[in-house]
Design a protein around this ligand. Sequence first.
Ligand SMILES: CC(C)(COP(=O)(O)OP(=O)(O)OC[C@H]1O[C@@H](n2cnc3c(N)ncnc32)[C@H](O)[C@@H]1OP(=O)(O)O)[C@@H](O)C(=O)NCCC(=O)NCCS
Length: 302
Amino acid sequence: MSIKLRKYDILKDFTAVGEFLIENYQPDNRDGNFPEPAWEYMHGHPWLDEKSLDKIGVWEDSGRIVGVVHYEHKLGEAFFEIHPRYTHLKPEMLEHAEKYLYGETENGQKYIKAFINDFDKEFEALVKSRGYEKDDTLARLMSQLKMTQPFSPVIPLPDGFLLKSLAEDNDLAKIDRALWRGFNHGDEPPEIDFEGRKKQQSVPNFRKDLNIIIVAPDGNYVAYAGTWFEATNRFAYVEPVATDPDYRRMGLGKAAVLEGVRRCGELGATVAYVGNVLPFYLSMGFKKIFTCNCWIKYLDAR
Ligand SMILES: CC(C)(COP(=O)(O)OP(=O)(O)OC[C@H]1O[C@@H](n2cnc3c(N)ncnc32)[C@H](O)[C@@H]1OP(=O)(O)O)[C@@H](O)C(=O)NCCC(=O)NCCS
């Protein structure tokens, strides 16, 4: 064994880490790693801090990736992707996160938020022993929908609304507006982020036909559901999902999600994942499978 730690190099590692996640996936996401589409979504996200990507740590054994510690959007967060035979790397990975991935508060205090799955008792004990404290407000919850075969839900829509995919209609300004309003950022986007929306669609497994929009009678997009199909392990992954505040509780979000998941089912998916346990998802049959807890440590307080 010759395990080496090196800096993440997006050009050569983006695909290799994706393959690592696919190879190590276990049913019900018991590997605890990011589903591969989440890794792609992270890289396509307009808010990703691209300047700090080389602070991400990659562990290799004889040239094969066995571990990655990374942030999702910005410094201050640490997520751990680990090969099941290399769990002994956890202390080293946590040290890397503290040394390179820390964020700073407005007062200049350094901190790190380590995201640890609740079934990983070994890692939980490690962060506790190093003085981390759990912040329940930042916990992330993973849910799963076991899809009936074939998966053919009834998908009703109110009169005058149309369900389409971006393969048929891909107006970036309307997408930007739908996601801006849908994620409660405010009334109208200050300016349309064309570059950010193009970037979101640029990652390899982004599929326009799996990104569903609901078009209102006035032509605006008022609900959006992105779905991803992971072909090797045959699962669907749902992200992002939002409905315009003026059009909520009309069944539009549910219609968009179910149609995206249904299309993934046609491609061979047997299960769908989403990183949330909102009643909205439970109403569709998603069930919580685990919590990824946020453990925070202020590093100056050592
Ligand atoms: C979550 C969200 C997408 C729901 O969209 P929506 O189009 O209003 O949802 P639907 O009308 O399709 O709701 C379907 C069912 O989900 C449940 N549901 C939806 N919103 C709910 C809420 N606020 N409270 C409780 N149950 C809710 C209900 O069972 C609902 O059926 P009902 O209206 O007949 O009772 C929307 O509230 C939203 O965009 N929120 C902000 C962004 C967000 O949180 N996205 C999800 C991140 S993963």
